[in-house]
Write a protein that binds this ligand. Sequence first.
Ligand code: EPZ
Length: 478
Amino acid sequence: MKQRRALRKPINDDSVERVAPKRPYVLVTDAGHENPPFKRLDQPTGFLMDRISIRGGKILNGSIQISGAKNAALPLMIASLLTAKTLILRNVPRLADVNLLLRILRNHGVDMMVEGKRAKQDESVGETIHLSARSIVDTTAPYELVSRMRASFWVLGPLLARCSEAKVSLPGGCAIGTRPVDLHLMALEQLGANIEIEGGYVVARAPKGLRGNRIVFPKVSVGATHNALMASTLARGETIIENAAREPEISDVAECLNKMGARVSGIGSSTLQIQGVEELGGADHMVLADRIETGTYAMAAAITGGDVLLKGARADHLDAMLLALRQAGVKVEADGSGLRISRNGNRLYPINIDTLPYPGFPTDLQAQLMALMTMADGVSTIRETIFENRFMHVQELARLGADIALAGDTAHVRGVDKLMGAQVMATDLRASVSLVIAGLAAEGETVLHRVYHLDRGFETLEAKLQACGASVERLTAG
Ligand code: EPZ
């Protein structure tokens, strides 16, 4: 994987790479992207060239409805492969990744129906999708599709459990790290699968079906937990998954699986017990609120010194993030309707954070927190412990005037008095939105290129920000 690098100019210590304002830097290559450009099913011409223009300095005030979580919706959709009956998913966000996964599932034989809008239906509520995998017509997930979205690799476990075989392309690396799949394969092998790698594909077979076993993950992995959990629901006997990821999205999937007739216990803990069943049925399930979208708009409200109600947000899924905001001097109030975030003129204090698996501070909010800390009163330390290459936003934030020094897995962010608008480039989903956050606080115009990254994971971002008074506009090419 090629990387982009700033000119190295150590400051205090040789291990420190400083990316500071006004220092020249070169872009050697494109940093790559998790998701190569693709034509969405409903994609307008010129979609890939869209940009977002932000005129900073507006204080955000108002309310934002939080969408269904992308990272729950994707595995929930994949769970439809486990049953011949219909799985109804509500509050599914309208996202490019959801569209792509629908296409991938259709390739396996899943019939789908999106419920039409009802009169007076709230636009901010996501879609209701009916998924029916009456018969699986193809157990191969091809490179062309899997390489566009890593989560599609998670079809491996369900296909194998239901059809006793599956052939799924290896997803490859991406902009934020190498992202191996060894833990996924180890888990399925523990369940009795025979796995071979042939021509860039994982070929998994279990002619006699999967059988329950004890799976001990040496490292916490969200995707490997999803894969093992879904596969084990149809395995014979009991499966125990130890050191399972505890992200709320895993619990949401486990609860949906139980509605489908699975027998999963220990939900929300790091030990999941699954009693395998012969078959699963249909279910009707509401996708949980997106905690990463919530955190993102919380940082946006905080950086502008605004006052925003995040409707439907789940404060109980965001303890580490809310603690960080409070330490930074941001006011956080939670009630039954959501979360209110305000910083009426208070100063922003610097903070020190390590990203960690849930319930720790999420890596998916690291870039957004960094954007916020660019304007704090002092030096913040942000350590990324989940992915080895998730600092691509640093150089782009520097284009806006941020003062950030990188030392290995740690970013030292020295707050500046002001950011200045500039042309910046999105490199992955969360990095992109960190640039939007910084742009909201920057003086003048910030133009974000490669907006397709944002469309993968943020539903109607411009409209949500505009409704709170932000000057954000999509510039559509072609
Ligand atoms: C999920 O990715 C999320 N994706 C990511 O969100 C999120 O950043 C990540 O979990 C961590 O929270 C979805 O839910 C669709 P992991 P996943 O397996 O499952 C290593 C976003 O922006 N690892 O928990 O792929 C891996 O390299 C995305 O929405 C292995 O070593 O992440 C990483 O260092 C980006 N071997 C760590 O584990 C494996 O077999 C955690 O990765 C699998 C993972």
